[in-house]
Ligand binder design. Structure first.
Ligand SMILES: [Zn+2]
Length: 359
């Protein structure tokens, strides 16, 4: 039976960047509410995770950054930038988030689990090597990837980031590195401003970054069109030995920060496609790591859908895809021309390195 490990701990509720901040403690309650519904289901284990070691953090970040975050424990409030604020518990929460991402990787490679969802906060994908940024202190996805490489001998890891914001920190961590393929679908222009199509990697890492910058208002069918024409075919060529998902839920239609229109069914459908990739190349190993998502209800729906996708539970197909399947026998027809253009440009760029892509 498929084993799914769900990681969370109330320690991650104690981090608070202050009143009115969208990355608020109640987000962890949304995680807990979903995990409670999974508790006791066959194959599901709920795990409090563990703290990251200094070596795990400094595999991605500078020792100076770790010290700055650690020093914040002595203060009531430590302001790293206008968005990124710590209280005295934030360091502990951030260490638990990064360590649990590593624990998820360990569970997958020990064979204890084939799928994992890490429901921790603070998120990670904006954190750069030398500075916290955008609500993020340590880059959980980058730390998990580096941990997989150093401790489990993996040479090809894919990180797929569907958070509505571009994961600048993750991209920069592996920009010149073909050992990690980074794929991001994000709203553009939007914070942090990076993630243009032309950013494809550098040196030996050229071609190992795929950015799909999208105008707001994109729907399920458009995301799935991009998955089916570009993301999945690219992953199939790369043949990752581990699939990590930077699972933000701020592209959900209910989210107050993003303007995308994804229903929860889209998150299940994207997850199923990625578990398919993992089944073909990675012995089924997929870990989803929570990033953003600022509607508490949208977050809950998105997490539940992603967990369904990880478990292979059947859900209704997204409305748009169903409509298009009825009309055309399965092809994607309801796609904005700007999305088609992005897809064609991305296909051209990818074709130079990876062989022909057809949109
Ligand atoms: Zn985000």
């Amino acid at each position: 039976m498929l084993q799914l490990h769900l990681f969370t701990d109330q320690l991650c509720r104690l981090h608070s960047p202050g009143m009115g901040h969208p990355e608020r403690p109640e987000r962890l309650d949304a995680v807990t509410a979903v995990f409670d519904t999974c508790d006791g289901k066959p194959g599901v284990t709920i795990d409090p995770g563990r703290d990251a070691t200094d070596a795990e953090i400094t595999a991605v970040h500078t020792a100076a950054l770790l010290e700055r975050v650690r020093d914040s424990q002595q203060r009531e409030i430590a302001v790293f930038d206008a968005d990124t604020v710590a209280n005295s518990h934030s360091c502990a929460a951030a260490l638990r988030a990064a360590g649990s991402a590593c624990a998820a990787v360990d569970a997958l490679f020990s064979g204890q689990a084939q799928r994992a969802f890490v429901g921790t906060r603070p998120p990670g994908h904006h954190a750069e090597a030398d500075r916290p940024m955008g609500f993020c202190f340590f880059n959980n996805a980058a730390i998990a990837a580096e941990h997989a490489r150093r401790h489990h001998g993996v040479s090809r890891i894919a990180i797929v980031d569907w958070d509505v914001h571009h994961g600048n920190g993750t991209m920069h961590s592996f920009y010149a590195d073909p050992g990690v393929l980074y794929v991001s679908l994000h709203q553009f222009p939007l914070f942090p401003g990076s993630g243009r199509l032309e950013e494809t990697g550098s040196a030996e890492g050229t071609g190992y970054t795929l950015n799909l910058p999208l105008a707001g208002g994109r729907s399920d069918n458009e995301y799935l069109f991009l998955f089916d024409t570009l993301v999945v075919p690219l992953l199939d060529r790369y043949q990752p030995q581990l699939v990590l998902i930077s699972a933000g839920f701020d592209a959900h239609e209910r989210d107050p920060l993003g303007s995308m229109l994804l229903s929860d069914a889209a998150f299940a459908a994207m997850t199923e496609r990625l578990t398919g990739v993992a089944e073909r190349h990675a012995e089924g190993r997929v870990a989803a790591l929570l990033e953003g998502g600022y509607s508490l209800y949208g977050l809950q729906l998105g997490i539940a859908a992603t967990i369904d996708g990880l478990r292979g539970a059947q859900r209704a197909a997204p409305a748009d895809a169903r409509q298009s399947a009825t009309a055309t026998g399965g092809s994607h027809t309801i796609v904005d021309s700007a999305v088609e253009q992005i897809a064609e440009r991305a296909a051209d760029t990818l074709s130079r390195q990876w062989g022909r892509f057809t949109v």
